[in-house]
Design a protein around this ligand. Structure first.
Ligand code: AMP
Length: 214
C-alpha cells in the first residue's frame, strides 16, 4: 500500500498514519517529524529551517523533496509507505510523481482528512509531541497513559511552538493556498478519497478503514 494522507494541519493525519502504519506494517513518513528532529539536533538543515517552521510557513520544496528521496532509499519502504505531510505543494506532488516513476511504482491513493478550521484551532491547543521519538498525543483525544510523559520512550512531552493559536491560523491559511489544490491534483488522477475527520478518533479510524479498500 502506497498512500498519501492529505488534510489541514491538526486534522489528525499523524494519528491516522500511525494506526495505518501498524495495521499494514508499512512506515509512516512524516516530513514534519523528520524536520523537527533536524531542528532538535541542529543539523545544517535544521538550522536553516527552524525559523520558517516556527512561523508556520513551509520549508523550501527542494529541501523537503531531498529528504523524501533519501527516505525512499531505506529498505523499509519496499512494501509501501504512508506519506504524512508530504506533498504540500503542487511542485512537491510533481516531484513525487517523477521520483515514483523512476522507482517504477505509483501511489495507490491520496486520502484527505476533512475537518473544519474552527475545530482544528480548538483541537491543536491540546496536542502534545514527544521531542525524542516523535510520538504524538492529545490531552483529550489520545492521552499518554503516563500524563505528560511519552508512553513509548519515557521523555517529557512538549507543545509545539507552531501549535499556538495565531500560528495555527497562519498554517491553516498556508494550507488553503498551497496544499488544498492537491486534492484536485489527485482527483484528476482518480486517486482521491475524502474522509470525514470531524468526530471521535474511533469514528475517523473506521471511515479511514473503509476508504482504504482498494
Ligand atoms: P507537520 O508536522 O506536518 O504539521 O509539519 C510541521 C512543519 O514542518 C510545517 O508547518 C512546515 O513548516 C514543515 N513541513 C513539513 N512538511 C513539509 C512539506 N512537505 N513542505 C514544506 N514544509 C513542510
Amino acid at each position: 500500500m502506497r498512500l498519501i494522507l492529505l488534510g489541514a494541519p491538526g486534522a489528525g493525519k499523524g494519528t491516522q498514519a500511525e494506526i495505518i502504519s501498524e495495521k499494514f506494517g508499512i512506515p509512516q513518513i512524516s516530513t514534519g517529524a523528520i524536520l523537527r528532529a533536524a531542528v532538535a539536533e541542529q543539523t545544517p538543515l535544521g538550522q536553516k529551517v527552524e525559523k520558517v517552521m516556527q512561523s508556520g510557513g513551509l520549508v523550501a520544496d527542494e529541501d523537503v523533496i531531498a529528504l523524501v528521496r533519501e527516505r525512499f532509499g531505506k529498505p523499509d519502504c519496499a512494501n509501501g509507505f504512508i506519506l504524512d505531510g508530504f506533498p504540500r505543494t503542487i511542485p512537491q506532488a510533481e516531484a513525487l510523481d517523477v521520483m515514483l516513476t523512476e522507482m517504477g511504482i505509483g501511489i495507490d491513493l491520496a486520502v484527505s482528512l476533512e475537518v473544519e478550521a474552527e475545530k482544528i484551532v480548538a483541537r491543536m491547543s491540546g496536542r502534545r509531541t514527544c521531542p525524542v521519538c516523535g510520538a504524538t498525543y492529545h490531552v483529550v483525544y489520545k492521552p499518554s497513559s503516563k500524563g505528560e510523559i511519552c508512553d513509548k520512550c519515557g521523555a517529557g512531552l512538549t507543545t509545539r511552538a507552531d501549535d499556538r493559536e495565531e500560528v495555527v491560523r497562519d498554517r491553516l491559511a498556508v494550507y488553503e493556498k498551497q496544499t488544498a489544490p492537491l486534492k484536485n491534483y489527485y482527483a484528476q488522477q482518480n486517486k482521491l478519497r475524502l474522509v470525514e475527520g470531524q468526530e471521535e478518533l474511533a469514528d475517523t479510524t473506521a471511515l479511514m478503514e473503509k476508504a482504504l479498500v482498494l
